[in-house]
Design a protein around this ligand. Sequence first.
Ligand code: TXA
Ligand code: MG
Length: 321
Amino acid sequence: HNPSSGSQSEALSADDVDAAADILRRGGLVAFPTETVYGLGADATDGVAVARIFAAKGRPSFNPLIVHVTDVAAACVLARFDPMAEALAQAFWPGPLTLVLPLRDGHGLSPLVTAGLDTVAIRVPAAPLAQRLLQAVGRPVAAPSANPSGRVSPTRAAHVIAGLGDRVDAVLDGGPCGVGLESTILRSDPPTLLREGGLATEAIERITGALARDTTPGKVQAPGQLSSHYAPDLPVRLNVATPDPDAFMIGFGAIAGDVSLSEDGDPVTAAARLFDVLHRADALARTAGKQRIDVAPIPEVGLGRAINDRLRRAAAPRPAK
Ligand code: TXA
Ligand code: MG
């Protein structure tokens, strides 16, 4: 197998974890499921492999990437934990939380992973297939969401193949992601929210107290979070309470819509469905003869905050293509 051959990507199942690990260890790219979204993985200690991530995604710049490890012990090799970071890791790992921490000397990561910063974003995913893959690789794995830059994050293997096709060596298929939103990103000292995500801030604040917020789209801390990051092609309008016959409606709760994020108004269900619905919205709307997408209001509570954050980005003006 030649990771740089540019041939068709290999479809791998849960039985093929060792093959996937092998590709990663040889510098290839493997898309793999976590409980949040599918990641586009590369060996985080191999600069050439990491560079391939940026090429495959067509990222406009070398934004820092999240490093995935099996457990706290593996994370401690890479970064220094203050007591608050320890408490957060204890409470929420494995799970949809990423901690931005000071790098430890001798960490061994490619500087491309951290974009030359002296901090690193680390996550311990809970999805069993991600855990098995990380165990088998035995190295930290850098992985942004496995979508082309500016597109909707993938929550199914089919989304990855539709977006990245042969730009990835293999796709490990673990079915749909349970959480469906990217991880929540925090800095621990002082406790600061850098990105809303799959872990609700209410749960975090039970440990940290009130969080400072530093989630301005496009800011240096979260350069991956450009405003149009989750965009369908058709224009998107938010908080539409009255269905308009000219628009394709994404419903929530009492507003049924043409497709619903959650019929019973549950933000957890809505989070798990969000990116799949956004992936299909253009096609569904066009099939229905609609040139616009409307979205019902989502309450700003729990995961509703992260859902609204992603929806605002989906509705934001697009850079020219
Ligand atoms: O759920 C997730 O987090 C998924 C899965 C695959 O784990 N990954 C993901 O990665 O969403 P990505 O690359 O799409 O988003 C990484 C975010 C970016 O906004 C990046 O700027 C931020 O993490 N980040 C990475 N390292 C950082 C650092 N040292 N300081 C601040 N922000 C950092
Ligand atoms: Mg992303």
